[in-house]
Design a protein around this ligand. Structure first.
Ligand SMILES: *[C@@H]1O[C@H](CO)[C@@H](O)[C@H](O)[C@H]1NC(C)=O
Ligand SMILES: *[C@@H]1O[C@H](CO)[C@@H](O)[C@H](O)[C@H]1NC(C)=O
Ligand SMILES: *[C@@H]1O[C@H](CO)[C@@H](O)[C@H](O)[C@H]1NC(C)=O
Ligand SMILES: *[C@@H]1O[C@H](CO)[C@@H](O)[C@H](O)[C@H]1NC(C)=O
Ligand SMILES: *[C@@H]1O[C@H](CO)[C@@H](O)[C@H](O)[C@H]1NC(C)=O
Ligand SMILES: *[C@@H]1O[C@H](CO)[C@@H](O)[C@H](O)[C@H]1NC(C)=O
Length: 463
């Protein structure tokens, strides 16, 4: 990091505004003070993390390896973000947004450090020296965190105030400035503003026996099947399922009356068994992660035939890139299927994208075909689930036992990525294992620790 870049950073972070509006003139004066972000310390942490990775070779260390790799990636991403921020013109208000992203990155790095610390304590496999290095890294990271909370976040709020004031300035200057253009509204929904509910909350006929499962309504039902509901429980080890249960209505699924079971195979698990909870039903076919492969399975409910299509061969499966939060990993959630107004998608992560989320469109032909793929910067292990509405991916994270938060979105029409959503979902049970949106009723279908739950998505009209 060069001195001149550090200077610009210094100017960007602390902003003090004095503003006057005289007639049609608008003057916004920006002043600077305070210390720069200590990038050199981050650099040291990165170098140490690299050294540590080389030293950790035992095959028992895969978990630590993954964490260190994740840590390295987050740190290098953060460094890139910091240097990008430095390059920005100091008058550019985009800096406020970048600072927020850096704050999020730091929080994620801290999470990884904590987890790494816990893992190393558990396994006690690190040499004394590496452990000391880790300890140093942790201390440096803690210092950076303090710096962050004391400086960046505070200044960010100030920047936001400056930004608001500037917007106001602009409005005064040109009262006929049109409202900001919103992305084209393909589905006539407006933007998602809130999630209300639960609207329905119930156990299934299985009681609390199966904590992993999925349910919902066919997103593209055949005529006459519009009111049918489907349910799949992962009856083998909370990982594998071999049959789909269907009910004729919402009330029959809740009461457990008159189910019709369709078996993929009588054994479980075997080839083409359902692996992991995040499947969807579309056009009377079930789409899911096939047993022990990186492929998508399409199970035709009428013919009971299975067709498959492979994802890239570095796509995660068998618990490589599951959904997770600090206290838990959701087993075998490497692939998440989603339906929206535009069809079926599969959400997964690849090694080449550093374990970050990829979105692929699944064409529901026979056999199915992967038609389009988008890469995101969302680390899969930092999300607890995802769903799609009108071509936009939304990701949730665990806040506490009562609350899940939609914090992230990726628009496949514009590639716009946001980390600043804060839409809360009120939970009835601790863990959300499955989540999917149904475009015909605009409901979110959730499977939460053996309970089946629906939520209503609130949209705001685009003006
Ligand atoms: C941060 O860096 C990553 C790549 O390392 C990039 O994809 C992302 O757009 C950057 N974010 C900002 C706000 O510059
Ligand atoms: C790492 O773990 C040890 C033992 O649990 C704990 O005492 C220490 O505070 C932890 N360090 C950090 C930085 O969290
Ligand atoms: C890695 O191992 C080498 C040789 O055993 C040692 O000299 C070095 O200090 C170790 N590095 C760290 C970061 O533990
Ligand atoms: C003010 O509004 C007019 C008409 O909407 C537009 O043509 C003009 O570019 C605007 N000026 C500024 C400074 O935004
Ligand atoms: C979102 O919905 C919940 C539940 O209906 C409600 O309590 C909350 O006030 C809403 N929040 C906003 C920002 O509208
Ligand atoms: C399932 O099989 C039926 C009957 O052959 C066929 O009409 C339908 O198109 C198939 N569905 C898919 C998704 O291939």
């Amino acid at each position: 990091m060069s001195q001149s870049n550090m200077f610009i950073l210094m100017v960007v972070i602390p902003l003090i505004l004095s503003q006057s509006t005289r007639g049609k003139d608008c003057v916004c004066e920006l002043q600077s003070s305070e210390a720069a972000f200590p990038e050199n310390k981050l650099k040291n942490v990165e170098i140490t993390a690299l050294k540590c990775t080389r030293n950790i070779t035992s095959e028992k260390m895969t978990e630590i390896d993954r964490l260190v790799l994740g840590l390295q990636h987050r740190i290098s991403q953060l460094l890139e973000n910091v240097s990008m921020l430095e390059k920005e013109d100091n008058g550019n208000l985009y800096a406020a947004v970048s600072l927020h992203i850096i704050e999020l990155e730091l929080a994620e790095i801290q999470d990884l450090m904590d987890k790494l610390n816990r893992t190393t304590n558990n396994y006690q496999l690190l040499s004394g020296q590496t452990a000391t290095e880790l300890q140093d890294m942790e201390e440096t990271m803690a210092e950076l965190e303090r710096f962050d909370h004391a400086q960046v976040m505070e200044k960010q709020r100030e920047n936001q105030r400056v930004k608001r004031d500037l917007e106001w300035c602009k409005d005064v200057l040109n009262s006929t400035t049109p409202a900001p253009t919103l992305p084209p509204d393909y589905c006539g929904l407006g933007s998602m503003v809130n999630v209300s509910g639960p609207k329905t909350y119930s156990l299934t006929v299985y009681g609390t026996s199966y904590t992993f499962g999925a349910w919902g309504r066919d997103a593209q039902p055949a005529p006459g099947d519009e009111n049918k509901y489907w349910l799949v429980v992962l009856s083998s080890g909370n990982v594998h399922g071999n049959f789909i249960r269907q009910y004729s209505s919402m009330s029959t699924i809740i009461l457990g009356i008159g189910p019709k079971d369709t078996y993929i195979s009588s054994s479980n698990p075997t080839t083409n068994t359902i692996q992991g909870p995040n499947m969807v039903m579309y056009g009377n076919a079930l789409y899911y992660n096939c047993y022990n492969t990186y492929s998508v399975c399409q199970f035709n409910m009428t013919t009971r035939a299975v067709s498959t299509v492979a994802l890239p061969n570095d796509a995660g499966f068998n618990n490589k890139f599951p959904f997770a939060h600090l206290a838990a990993t959701y087993a075998y959630t490497d692939m998440d299927f989603a339906t929206d107004e535009l069809g079926v998608y599969v959400i997964y992560a690849t090694t080449s994208n550093f374990g970050n989320v990829m979105i692929s469109k699944v064409e529901t032909s026979n056999p199915p075909v992967i038609s389009q793929t988008w890469s995101t910067s969302l680390h899969k292990r930092t999300a607890t689930n995802t769903f799609m509405v009108c071509g936009v991916l939304y990701a949730t994270r665990y806040l506490d036992q009562e609350t899940e938060e939609i914090f992230y979105s990726f628009d496949t029409q514009t590639n716009e990525e946001r980390y600043d959503l804060s839409i809360h979902i009120k939970k009835m049970q601790t863990n959300i294992k499955y989540m999917n949106y149904n475009p015909s009723d605009n409901l979110l279908y959730v499977y939460s620790d053996a309970y089946i739950v629906t939520y209503e998505i609130m949209f705001q009209e685009v003006p």
